[in-house]
Write a protein that binds this ligand. Structure first.
Ligand code: COA
Length: 171
């Protein structure tokens, strides 16, 4: 591992990225020298957006963060972290209900790669109720999602669910 650079990986499905994810990305980017936002395959989920679409959305959201890069991850998270020379995995915790799942994943990841620690950031309370599934459901049913996702993501959701109202996106 490169001891000079404190590099961390923030993995997730990001289907789509929300303001809650962006909050964690911005805060983790201040804690580490480099942050790799890694779009992972969660075998339990059927994604709405392709890995490449999710990567594009995240890159558009992170242009103001020079130490953040976006990558896709198809195998084991810890292997990706090791190959990237990362010392930590960052995860957001929204509520107590997240804890058991996160604890299981962090414990498994520690067994697989003890040198890569998991670091939890408390999700901002404003986003504690948020999830990508809920955002997709609201968008699918024609509700406004602008308060929950960055503008480029809201545009993509409109393009997907209500293309006649989407218009053009100007950042
Ligand atoms: N604010 C608001 N919502 C948030 C949030 C935040 N800060 N952080 C997470 N969420 C929401 C997400 O939108 C997501 O909602 P959804 O379930 O409706 O899609 C949910 O919380 C959790 O999603 P996410 O953080 O994207 O994680 P995940 O459970 O989909 O994926 C991986 C977990 C990708 C990290 C895990 O599957 C993985 O590591 N995969 C790689 C393969 C591997 O190594 N497996 C072994 C793991 S031990």
């Amino acid at each position: 591992m490169d001891n000079q650079v404190r590099r961390a990986v923030y993995p997730g499905s990001f289907d789509p990225p929300t303001l809650g994810h962006l909050d964690i990305i911005q805060r983790a980017a201040q804690l580490f020298d480099e942050l790799i936002v890694a779009i992972a395959v969660n075998s339990q989920k059927q994604p709405l957006f392709s890995l490449e679409e999710r990567a594009e959305m995240l890159r558009e959201c992170c242009t103001h963060l020079p130490n953040v890069r976006v990558a896709t991850l198809e195998g084991l998270l810890v292997r990706f972290a090791q190959q990237a020379g990362a010392c930590a995995i960052v995860r957001g915790l929204r509520a107590v209900s997240d804890f058991e799942y996160e604890f299981q994943m962090a414990t498994m990841n520690r067994q697989l790669a003890p040198e890569v620690d998991t670091c939890f950031l408390m999700t901002h309370q404003q986003f504690a109720f948020l999830s990508s599934s809920m955002v997709k459901e609201v968008a699918r049913l024609g509700g406004a999602v602008d308060a929950f996702v960055p503008p480029n993501v809201a545009h993509r959701l409109r393009q997907r669910f209500a293309p006649e109202t989407a218009g053009n996106f100007h950042p």
